[in-house]
Design a protein around this ligand. Structure first.
Ligand SMILES: [Cu+2]
Length: 66
């Protein structure tokens, strides 16, 4: 599982947009947004860089959570 911090994800709409962006690069991914910690947990076979880029393309600023 990969976790991204997405600090500019603030509401349910953002969460939906980010989830959609992830599903666009991997329809089989499971994405779980936690708005209280501004993180998204992703289960995917796709490289983290590609998922990160798709979140960025959607207008957000993801970084890999340590
Ligand atoms: Cu929002």
């Amino acid at each position: 599982m990969i976790r991204f911090e997405v600090p500019d994800m603030t509401c349910g709409h953002c969460a939906g947009t980010v989830e959609k962006a992830i599903k666009a690069v991997d329809p089989n991914a499971s994405a779980n947004v936690d708005l209280s910690t501004k993180t998204v947990s992703v289960e995917s076979a796709i490289a983290p860089e590609i998922i990160s880029a798709s979140i960025a393309d959607a207008g957000y600023t993801p970084s890999l959570a340590k």
